[in-house]
Design a protein around this ligand. Structure first.
Ligand SMILES: Cc1cc2nc3c(=O)[nH]c(=O)nc-3n(C[C@H](O)[C@H](O)[C@H](O)COP(=O)(O)O)c2cc1C
Length: 437
């Protein structure tokens, strides 16, 4: 017997008697064989040197549909690319002769220990890319003291993820708010009862962005969907994203925040703030933090990068006397691929950053081991960059260590990011049907 599952529908699905389960043996197709051959030909993991490597390997080994869902962003994918470029408009002002023989990049996030100033951000549908799905993240995070944010639309059930946790492992929960608040209440309270330490409410997705790479793929067949939607009728002809998002409540508003505070004692963080005005409202609403995020470029295209928004947000909060405030943390996500990116965000006031696609691609390409390698690469880069920057601890990473003067200028020239550009897949146009001439 397996344990009863609680899903977003709040329904206990009951105990499953494994002896009654009919196992369907899937035929090995030509496509399966091709993918296995590609997997066998992957570069050895110790030759993977950065997050772009994971992305390019994932692009090769993933089924087309999974790659389209994971890599896509909305409209012209300008924001997706800007997320990357913004980091390259910030330059370091390193300090020297500071005895950097020992450097420490550990920190706390919402009071929870984290071995790195970053967390694994929520990305839905992990099983599209790897049979173990999000569990690859869970196990790697446990081994490295990194916090995992569980997605509402994870392929693995929240209980399966939490059951796989190491003792004392920290999790946050990403929440898409259901139109039926009772369902949301049960889901949140269940997570809290199981020891989840922070509630990240996603507010930038009242409707999901039109992600054209994804929309060109039909989400049909027996693909791994979100665990929370098992048994529900989901529309499958508009790409994966649209198929799984219909329950999200577009009427969500600031007036709902007190209700969330009434149903949980977990810290509440608003994920998807994009302006100083909304950062101020969030502070005044009494939440414990915000994520400056454009959802990895998947929502409003030509929204600015979280990094650029960070500068405006800290200035506005400071002017009002709201910040710095140890009870209010600011995070940034989108486009983080190097420890140097993280250090720039921290110098500009972020407590930590969220990393989405890189960990997702790492496990699609290599499972748990890939995620462990990705974390190790971040560590190596932290060690080097902190020494070179002259910062021995995360507290010593200060605003004077960066020049963000051209961050808001979208026209400046910087050297091209060759690795990113090599992997980035340009959008394609509608194709003609085979003409009967
Ligand atoms: C495939 C994919 C699925 C995602 N699913 C969710 C989700 O279910 N909920 C959410 O709040 N954010 C989701 N995000 C956004 C991430 O949490 C994060 O904001 C974003 O990935 C950061 O950008 P990065 O991928 O460049 O690191 C998703 C992102 C990707 C790439």
């Amino acid at each position: 017997m397996t344990r009863p599952q609680v899903n977003l529908t709040g329904i206990r699905l009951g105990l499953i008697d494994q002896s009654t389960v009919v196992k369907v043996v899937k035929e090995v197709t030509e496509e399966d064989r091709r993918r296995q051959a590609l997997l066998d030909a992957r570069p050895p993991l110790d030759t993977v040197l950065n997050m772009h490597d994971f992305e390019t390997i994932a692009r090769t080994v993933l089924p087309e549909k999974a790659w389209a869902y994971y890599s896509s962003a909305s409209d012209d994918e300008i924001t997706l690319r800007e997320n990357r470029m913004a980091y390259q408009r910030v330059w370091f002002r390193p300090r020297i002769l500071r005895d950097v023989s020992s450097v420490d990049w550990s920190t706390t996030i919402l009071g929870q220990k984290s071995s790195l100033p970053l967390y694994i951000s929520a990305t839905a549908l992990g099983k599209l890319g790897h049979p173990d799905g999000e569990l690859c993240l869970t196990k790697a995070a446990a081994n490295h003291g990194v916090i995992q944010m569980i997605a509402t639309l994870a392929s693995c059930a929240i209980d399966d993820i939490l059951d796989a946790a190491a003792p004392g492992q920290t999790f946050f929960l990403q929440l898409y708010v259901n139109r039926d608040r009772e369902i949301t209440r049960k889901y949140v309270q269940h997570a809290e009862a199981r020891g989840v330490k922070g509630l990240f409410i996603t507010v930038d997705a009242p409707q999901l962005g039109r992600r054209e790479k994804d929309m060109r793929m039909k989400f049909v067949g027996d693909d791994a969907g979100a665990e929370v939607q098992k048994g529900q009728d989901v529309k499958k002809d508009q790409g994966v994203a649209r198929a799984i998002s219909s329950f999200i409540d577009p009427s969500l508003a600031w007036k709902d925040i007190p209700w969330f505070k009434s149903i949980t004692k977990m810290p509440i963080i608003i994920k998807g703030i994009a302006t100083a005005e909304d950062a101020i409202l969030a502070y005044e609403a009494g939440v414990q933090g915000i994520v400056l995020s454009n959802h990895g470029g998947r929502q409003l295209d030509t929204a600015r990068s979280g990094l650029e928004v960070l500068v405006e947000v800290t200035a506005a909060l400071r002017r009002r006397g709201y910040w710095p405030d140890p009870r209010f943390e600011i995070y940034v996500d989108g486009g983080v691929r190097r420890a140097s990116d993280v250090l720039k965000a921290i110098a500009l006031g972020a407590k930590a950053v969220g990393v989405g696609r890189p960990f997702l691609y790492a496990f699609c390409a290599y499972g748990q081991e890939g995620v462990e390698r990705a974390i190790q690469l971040f560590r190596d880069e932290f060690e080097m960059n902190m020494r070179l920057l002259g910062a021995r601890t995360i507290d010593e990473v200060v605003p004077d260590m960066v020049d963000a003067g051209s961050l808001a200028a979208h026209t400046v020239l910087t050297p091209e990011d060759n690795l990113f550009n090599q992997t980035y897949q340009p959008l394609s146009l509608a194709k003609f049907k085979e003409a009967k001439l």
